[in-house]
Design a binder for this molecule. Structure first.
Ligand code: HGY
Ligand code: MN
Ligand code: MN
Length: 403
């Protein structure tokens, strides 16, 4: 039977249960491989098997709930940022579980579920789906050290004997991910659904500035080589240099900064920071990188400090969604929320970027209240969560029909 109906109460109850793993005020702290993350994955595996799905946890912690034979894959990620919202990733995983469960109960189309590991990049970017999609080898990943000094190999070893092999991607006919928008567009427009057209590309460098550690009282300003001030000088130079290469869709962030030795009476000898930039256009990502390299060179000349950069993350190229899946999402949105939806690009990264290397992918957004995400304040109206669930189910049904 093609048609089935989802159970909104059960969906919301599971969503709040998942929120309980690492709950911190209104948000969650469920970093990849943390106790809360692994406990949440065990709980998810339990809910997937209760739904009649065969569960499989792969060597890096991606949790799959599988039907027999070929199936459409729905899902997202259940790890979070260090200070995460309760819906980022979790919404897509629980919505996928409810759609798969309702379909199985009502003899609907075969639907499998996944929660990817470390989408939030403790070890880089979209780590679990990067490994599953073959973009990052397990050997390479095992050597990655996180900003807080953890080794990927040691972290994934915490999964113990839960794990089995990698799931074969060829068993899936496509991948649909529902996610919160994490931006202001739908909320401001009072719309219920975003049908994603493309996902931005991203690049990230870690930049180390070496100056001269010295006494904060006796070192004259003119003879200092202050690594933090040099880094700040670079950041200001960059703002000017970017003026004629970026557009309103380009974003760049210096989000992680370390100053050494980080003491009030010592002129910092070293500053280490991340510089991440995103844009929907590949050529512009390239042009931005050229400006960054030139600005690093000029900042070194002007400050007398050395600037060394290393690529922290595998480049993620801008990724268009599959037209057939996008069309199914658009038709589903029009049926469930007529006139209250739009096609839109994604400024946030998603596992769908990686999965698109393996199969056709599509994405749906629901609004984020005040556009806030990657914050404990992240939230979405319950009515919008349920509308998203119904659109995801409707899109899955449409995709189960022969193309
Ligand atoms: O950074 C991102 O865009 C994603 O939310 N991890
Ligand atoms: Mn996410
Ligand atoms: Mn996120």
């Amino acid at each position: 039977m093609e048609y089935f109906s989802v159970n909104a109460e059960r969906f919301l109850s599971d969503l709040h249960s998942l929120r309980g793993f690492g709950k911190c005020g209104n948000g969650v702290q469920r970093r990849a491989f943390s106790e809360a993350d692994i406990a949440a994955r065990d709980w998810l595996a339990g809910r997937m098997s209760a739904a009649g799905l065969k569960t499989q946890i792969d060597p890096v912690g991606n949790v799959f709930g599988l039907t027999d034979g070929a199936s459409l894959l729905l899902g997202s990620h259940s790890d979070t940022q260090p200070e995460g919202g309760w819906l980022d990733g979790a919404l897509g995983v629980i919505a996928a579980l409810e759609v798969a469960r309702a379909s199985a109960e009502q003899d609907g189309p075969p639907i499998s579920v996944v929660s990817f590991q470390d989408e939030e990049g403790k070890f880089g970017a979209l780590t679990g789906s990067s490994i599953w999609s073959g973009k990052l080898s397990l050997q390479e990943a095992d050597k990655i050290i996180s900003a807080d000094g953890a080794r990927f190999a040691d972290e994934r070893a915490k999964l113990g004997d839960r794990i089995s092999g990698f799931v074969e991607p060829a068993r899936f006919t496509g991948f649909l991910e529902m996610h919160i928008e994490q931006g202001p567009v739908l909320d401001e427009a009072q719309e219920a659904i975003g049908v994603v057209t493309s996902i931005v590309g991203l690049r990230q460098l870690q930049i180390t500035v070496e100056g001269q550690q010295n006494h904060a009282g006796t070192t004259p300003m003119a003879s200092r080589r202050d690594a933090f001030m040099a880094a700040a000088h670079f950041a200001v130079l960059l703002e000017d240099r970017f003026a004629n290469v970026v557009t309103p869709r380009t974003v760049w962030t210096i989000g992680h900064v370390r100053v050494e030795p980080n003491a009030p009476s010592i002129v910092p000898g070293r500053a280490i920071f991340t510089l991440q930039w995103r844009d929907p256009d590949f050529d512009r990502l390239e042009r931005i990188e050229k400006v960054i390299v030139e600005t690093l060179r000029d900042a070194a000349t002007e400050t007398g400090c050395t600037f060394r950069s290393e690529r922290l993350r595998k480049d993620l190229v801008p990724m268009p969604m599959d037209t057939r899946l996008e069309k199914a999402c658009a038709e589903a949105a029009e049926k469930v929320a007529p006139g209250r939806w739009r096609r839109m690009p994604s400024g946030a990264l998603h596992d769908a970027s990686n999965v698109s290397a393996l199969m056709p992918v599509g994405m749906l957004f629901v609004p984020s209240i005040n556009g806030i995400s990657h914050s404990f304040e992240e939230d979405t109206a319950e009515e919008d969560l349920v509308t998203g669930l119904n659109v995801l189910a409707e899109a899955a049904m449409r995709l189960s029909r022969p193309a």
